[in-house]
Write a protein that binds this ligand. Structure first.
Ligand code: ZN
Length: 343
């Protein structure tokens, strides 16, 4: 029996739900290494270890540079299918049972692969992984602020035909200050009309006003990050009253410098104030922390007890876009783990 005396093992085996993960930042190092070799290799990267070292970032511009560097090895639709299948396997090995994952096919436009081709490859990988490992993943197309607001409706229409094959919503990531939410009101309106779910990164690089507009202009159902809401007491009150789900990614915020230390991060205040928070990994490979690592990190530093992590997992079940019956079944799976382990 796994007990609290071995919390790391307990957390690793705990059924978990991931609501804020970008597939482009969640490849396994091994699968990227295979792609690099497929395209002739890179000098200095002779094994998985040396590739892993490449992902030790000096600063934020080095992070962006490395992000673009690795994207260059995704040159055919089958590269997405291959790597994402392995990502799903990795998530399954962490006992993640349900995922709502972002993908941004327009970031790969320089490779000449179309958004529909990437979408089909990802759907294929996700289906295969479900058959092989039982992990369920639904997709949220990130409209990508930086690609531009003018063509955002057109981008949305490229993925709309796949809504019955695993695309459940749209998201909005990228430069929050340079491309504010208001510019994307039309595409969110159209997505809502088509019955898709709406989420947006807000209150990460930009301040509380971005969370306000994500809620009021975009009508986002969940907020990605939202951590800078801490600067606005009226917004904090609204988030609590409305129980708006917040997709918190602590190590991502620490790595990108939104907060300089865990002590300064508001995750604990959000939880104590009664906000509806979930814990997520954002770009696990890029930031070097899986969802399991994230949970262990917060537990070992006395931010959250094991029981708090159960509450947070059940928050994620309820904040997911599953139907009531599916939520009940997923919630039962979480409860059952705790009952079986007598915790
Ligand atoms: Zn994100």
């Amino acid at each position: 029996m796994i007990t609290k005396t071995n919390p790391e093992e307990f957390i690793k085996n705990m059924p978990k739900v991931e609501l804020h993960l970008h597939l482009e930042g969640a490849f396994t190092i091994e699968s990227l290494f295979d792609l690099i070799n497929k395209y002739g290799g890179v000098s200095g990267i002779s094994n998985v270890g040396s590739l892993e070292e490449k992902f030790q970032f000096r600063d934020f511009s080095h992070f962006i540079e490395t992000w673009c560097w690795k994207n260059d090895f995704f040159r055919e639709a089958e590269d997405f299918e291959y790597t994402i299948y392995h990502t799903m396997k990795n998530l399954h090995e962490q006992s993640i049972v349900y995922v709502e994952a972002f993908y941004s096919p327009w970031d790969f436009a320089p490779s000449g692969i179309s958004a529909p081709a990437i979408t089909e490859a990802i759907i294929e990988a996700v289906k295969k992984a479900k058959t092989d490992f039982g992990i369920c993943c639904q997709l949220i197309a990130d409209i990508s602020r930086d690609v531009g607001a003018d063509s955002s409706v057109e981008r949305f229409r490229q993925v709309l035909p796949y809504r019955n094959e695993g695309i459940i919503g749209i998201g909005l990531g990228g430069s929050e200050q340079k491309f504010p939410n208001e510019l994307f009101a039309d595409v969110f309106k159209e997505a809502k009309k088509e019955g898709l779910h709406l989420v947006a990164h807000a209150g990460e690089a930009a301040g509380p006003e971005s969370v306000w507009s994500a809620l009021e202009v975009l009508e986002a159902e969940r907020i990605g990050h939202g951590v800078r809401a801490i600067e606005d007491p009226i917004l904090m009150k609204k988030l609590k009253t409305d129980q708006v789900p917040m997709e918190i990614c602590v190590n991502s915020n620490l790595k990108t410098g939104i907060f300089l230390s865990l002590e300064k991060h508001p995750v604990k205040s959000f939880f104590n104030e009664g906000l509806n928070i979930t814990i997520n990994s954002d770009d696990p490979t890029m930031f070097g922390k899986t969802l399991t690592d994230e949970f262990i990190y917060l537990h070992q530093r006395d931010v959250f007890s094991l029981h708090d992590l159960k509450t947070i997992t059940l928050n994620a079940v309820n904040a997911s876009f599953l139907n009531d019956e599916q939520k009940k079944s997923l919630g039962d799976k979480v409860e059952d783990y705790w009952t079986r382990n007598n915790v």
